[in-house]
Design a protein around this ligand. Structure first.
Ligand code: ADP
Ligand code: MG
Length: 447
């Protein structure tokens, strides 16, 4: 493990918030009240579900976008414009296809005004360090994904940034390539072959965070806030199978799977920041009812299951399984307690039911618990022709979320409502309407 030397404060975020203005003038808050310091000598993992504002936070640190409120402080001075001490590695590699490997790596140096001679020398040195020797004159399309991302690393590291920022740098790579690159990067860092003082890695992979980081920061959603910020003191290189490794992964999993928990039981040597308030609106995870049914069926013969183990068993990433769990929880099919998931009586009733009963149970749960479905249903009932344009729902949603997110929420609400025949949807016209046959049946049943 690297010897600890005196640390230096590189970057601080003070009371940072970020909002975006909607086309209709409304503000959506993406991040709120972020206080954070990054020090030399640490690899910090920024962890959180997708949409929690991880990339946004990183972009503010890099000076690519300014905060709406608060300040980014770089070496004790408020940051204006691009942060000269930061270089970024992107998930998408972001290489220029018409430039060679060498030219791509030289780009950052060129932007810094480095003269051509030393530019090429530094670029070649980094190409060598990062394992791209012999590929200097290749074009990105001739390279595998792993090699392309090496170019991304070489380009970022060539400028010798104080802070190396990486936004899900391994997630576009296959598992083995990703693991190799992770450890190679760790080698470079631990052997101090790169002068980088600190690393910030944005990820939604819990294990990735626990493998690499000296400190983990967990962001929550709506709006993004820091939910936990704690050191990881396990020595490198960490063994994924070691009980302390697994215990820590478990703890982080619990924090992430319990977004509503007021008090989070912290991992050893963990301090959690103040919990977030109730979300302002209920967000629908973009999953199909069929996936919820699949999850619930899996739990049939298990009284209480550890979510993390379930994910491992199914070989699913946290980002894949969490939305399904969230959705099942919203309609009260499952209960979550400290990372353990179990069926509720309603969930059990669902499993025992036939097709029609199942549909009826979901329908009742949606109308009782899902605000957006309730809202749409009430709007439809209030209309004489029992039709509304989807734009109406989008307008309502966009007072809370971005247009892109509003589309997703609407799509989910339409899928769920259609499946249970609460309402129907006409794709070409974008009209949502009550299905008259269904209404008549309901009235008949009621009389
Ligand atoms: P993460 O990286 O954690 O997945 P992001 O930082 O990319 O999250 O985004 C957080 C939220 O901010 C998302 O809901 C996204 O739609 C929204 N968002 C990001 N950039 C913009 C923008 N330029 N305008 C409006 N909304 C944005
Ligand atoms: Mg992101």
């Amino acid at each position: 493990m690297a010897v600890k030397t005196a640390t230096e404060k590189l970057i601080a975020l003070q009371g940072v918030s970020k909002s975006y203005q909607q086309p209709n003038g409304q503000q959506i808050v993406i991040l709120e009240g972020i206080n954070l310091e990054l020090h030399s000598g640490e690899i910090v993992a920024l962890l959180g579900p997708s949409g929690s504002g991880k990339s946004t936070l990183m972009r503010m640190i890099a000076g690519l976008i300014p905060p709406t409120e608060g300040q980014v402080i770089y070496h004790d001075q408020p940051l204006v414009g691009l942060n000269p001490g930061v270089a970024i590695v992107f998930q998408s590699f972001a290489l220029y296809p018409w430039l060679t490997v060498l030219e791509n790596v030289e780009l950052g140096l060129k932007a810094k005004g480095e003269p051509p001679d030393s530019r090429q020398k530094k670029a070649l040195r980094m190409i060598d360090i990062i394992g791209l020797d012999g590929f200097e004159n290749a074009y990105p399309k001739e390279l595998s994904g792993g090699m392309r991302q090496r170019v991304g690393f070489a380009r970022a590291l060539a400028v010798e940034p104080e802070l190396l920022c990486m936004d899900e740098p391994f997630s576009a790579l296959d598992v083995l390539t990703a693991e190799n690159l992770r450890f190679e990067l760790l080698d470079l860092w631990l052997d101090r072959r790169i002068p980088t003082k600190a690393v910030l890695i944005v990820t939604h992979g819990i294990e990735e965070a626990v493998i690499l980081a000296d400190r983990i920061i967990v962001l929550g959603r709506n709006p993004g806030r820091i939910r936990a910020d704690f050191p990881v003191t396990l020595p490198h290189y960490r063994d994924r199978k070691h009980p302390s490794f697994q215990a820590l992964v478990d703890q982080v999993y619990k924090i992430i799977t319990n977004p509503d928990l007021e008090e989070i039981e912290p991992p050893p040597t963990v301090s959690t920041q103040e919990s977030k308030p109730e979300p302002k609106y209920q967000s629908l995870p973009p999953v199909r009812i069929g996936s919820i049914a699949g999850l619930v069926e899996l739990l049939e013969d298990r009284p209480k299951t550890d979510l993390y183990r379930l994910g491992q068993e199914l070989q699913l990433e946290v980002d894949d399984i969490l939305p399904i769990v969230e959705a099942a929880k919203l309609i009260n099919f499952v209960e979550l307690e400290e990372g353990d998931i179990s069926l509720t009586p309603i969930g059990q009733e669902f499993i025992a039911g036939g097709i029609d009963e199942r549909k009826e149970i979901v329908r009742t749960q949606l109308l009782e618990h899902i605000r957006l479905v309730q809202q749409i249903y009430r709007l439809l009932q209030a209309k004489r022709n029992q039709r509304i344009p989807e734009e109406l729902v989008l307008d309502i949603l966009e007072t809370h979320v971005s247009p892109e997110e509003a589309q997703k929420q609407l799509k989910t609400a339409i899928d769920w409502g259609r499946y249970t025949e609460i309402y129907s949807y006409d794709e070409p016209s974008g009209q949502i309407f009550l299905d008259h046959q269904a209404i008549e049946e309901e009235q008949l049943a009621a009389s």
